[in-house]
Design a protein. Structure first.
Length: 221
């Protein structure tokens, strides 16, 4: 009888232990769920410094001016409406204070469009857009360098055109209207770090080293 009672007693203890364990597990689970409800959802990764913001326009998106000015309102000049606009912009670029912001100019004759690269300037932009006659479009692109700075850098590099003979061959040097100096070489991989070191970080950001094939004589077969 005693043994039977001991068995019953130990069975009761076992059941009680299991019940307590189940209750503890339920409490812990409830606390975890409660904590999960109270947590704030993680925020999206913040944009890295310098990274474009979502939905923001591209930095190089041009400002477009569609011509509305009568052709006869421009100073007398020969040529098509586009040629007259180009001549007027070129004249503006030579004047103070616009020489400090003008970078370059190119033309798309098929679309009757003039592309102007400049350091953004309200006064210059107004003058350029105001010169666009009917049928002509002007697109303004942002840079951070003026043409005079690029011309001086191009001249410095051209003076060194034979400086690295035997290491690489410099074949072309010239200002690109988009805001940099184009340097054509036979081996860009070798030339680029040498040129960057020679002209320093400040000027090298305006230099693009690219492969250019050897020029052939005009009368070559």
């Amino acid at each position: 009888m005693r043994k039977r009672w001991q068995k019953v007693m130990w069975a009761g203890v076992a059941v009680a232990v299991v019940a307590v364990a189940v209750m503890v597990a339920l409490v812990v689970l409830g606390l975890r769920n409660l904590g999960a409800d109270d947590r704030v959802a993680p925020k999206p990764d913040a944009a890295k410094p310098g990274a474009p913001k979502a939905g923001a326009p591209k930095a190089d998106a041009p400002k477009e001016c569609v011509g509305t000015r009568p052709l006869g309102s421009l100073p007398a000049a020969d040529g098509s409406p586009l040629e007259r606009v180009l001549a007027h912009i070129d004249e503006l670029a030579r004047q103070q204070p616009y020489t400090a912001v003008f970078t370059g100019l190119s033309v798309d004759e098929d679309r009757r469009t003039a592309d102007v690269w400049r350091i953004p300037s309200t006064a210059f932009d107004d003058e350029v857009c105001g010169s666009a006659v009917e049928g002509v479009t002007v697109r303004l692109h942002a840079t951070d360098v003026d043409r005079g700075t690029l011309d001086r850098l191009s001249d410095r590099i051209a003076d060194d055109i034979r400086r690295w003979d035997g290491t690489f061959e410099m074949r072309e040097v010239g200002v690109d209207e988009r805001g940099f100096v184009h340097v054509g070489v036979d081996d860009p991989g070798t030339a680029a770090p040498i040129i960057e070191k020679a002209y320093g970080e400040s000027d090298s950001r305006y230099i693009r080293v690219e492969y250019v094939g050897q020029a052939e004589p005009a009368d070559a077969a």
